[in-house]
Design a binder for this molecule. Structure first.
Ligand code: DON
Length: 309
């Protein structure tokens, strides 16, 4: 039996001198205020263990990691039809890039770049008022994490609404191509609130368990998606979960994962565990610098890479 706690403690000790590396996202004013010298790591295994180290109980803004949960909800609503609205290919572009959208007539490359996630918010919004769609997501994430303490940080949502000019541009652009059914303000209301979900590493690791365990949460017995759907969401995370850093993440870590500009990364070792890493400093492409390093160490020390040990 591997001593996971000892592995986590070792990674934490090695990274302590590096705390503060990277650059905190400053284009969302509320995120710019976060202390960069924080680091947390948590693992929830399919056989029911939870291990943690560092600031694993400190809530942070999960930002784009929410795109995995929204994709899961949207697939539940419209099934494979979703793929008429958004593609499944890596973009090779920045998360907020607009150029590809024009070439591809308003159909975003994948559900994890901003444009794709905004199209998905539009799908989840169908038949709801924005407030209800946000409530649906919050209930879903609480159910996944089996923790009602998960909240949405209204200050972060407001901060982004006031400064999210690029997201308004992306949404308006898609609306002009007929790829949004609802008013831009409503769709972005949902999008900004999903990004403002506030969770800690333990909650996030537990929320990702269904992706590690063939679609069901083994801790609660809750069935979330079919094994096939869990496998496919993992495939999308592996190929598209880190934007134009996805290839590099696969090369160094070798696990399906999704990052957010709050400095979080949720990663999945299929059949074994769900992992959440958090450190606010970002690398050049907007992914957590130390979060990725921690996951690289973890994958090397556990042999959990999907590409072999
Ligand atoms: O839309 C934005 O810019 C942010 N709410 C989310 C971006 C994000 O997390 C991209 N991540 N690396």
């Amino acid at each position: 039996m591997m001593d996971l706690q000892a592995i986590l403690d070792g990674i934490h000790a090695e990274l302590l001198p590096r705390l503060g590396e990277g650059k905190v996202a400053d284009y969302i004013p509320e995120l710019a205020k976060v202390d960069p010298r924080q680091f947390g790591l948590a693992i929830a295994t399919v056989d029911g263990q939870v291990h943690r180290v560092g600031d694993a109980e400190a809530p942070f803004s999960i930002q784009s990691i929410s795109k995995v949960f929204m994709l899961t909800l949207a697939l539940g609503k419209v099934g494979e039809q979703l793929w008429t609205r958004v593609g499944r290919e890596p973009s090779g572009s920045a998360f907020n890039s607009i150029v590809q959208l024009e070439h591809e007539s308003g159909i975003p490359r994948n559900p994890f770049i901003n444009a794709g996630a905004i199209a998905i918010s539009d799908v989840v919004l169908s038949g709801h008022a924005p407030r209800e769609a946000i409530g649906e997501l919050l209930r879903f994430v609480r159910y996944l994490a089996d923790d009602d303490a998960v909240t949405i940080d209204e200050k972060v949502a407001r901060s982004e609404t006031q400064t999210g000019f690029r997201n308004f541009a992306l949404a308006n652009f898609m609306r002009s191509y007929g790829n949004l059914d609802h008013p831009v303000e409503h769709v972005l209301g949902v999008y900004f609130h999903q990004c403002a979900l506030s969770m800690n590493c333990i909650q996030l690791a537990k929320a990702g368990l269904y992706l590690a365990a063939r679609g069901s949460n083994p801790a609660t017995g809750h069935s979330v998606v079919s094994p096939k759907r869990a496998r496919r969401i993992n495939a999308l995370m592996l190929t598209c979960g880190h934007y134009d850093g996805s290839g590099d993440f696969a090369y160094h870590v070798g696990l399906p994962g999704k990052s957010g500009v709050g400095g979080g990364i949720m990663a999945v070792a299929p059949g074994i565990a769900s992992i959440a890493a958090w450190s606010p400093g970002l690398n050049k492409v907007g992914n957590s610098q130390l979060g990725a390093v921690a996951l690289e160490m973890l994958a090397a020390r556990t042999g959990w890479s999907v590409f072999g040990d």
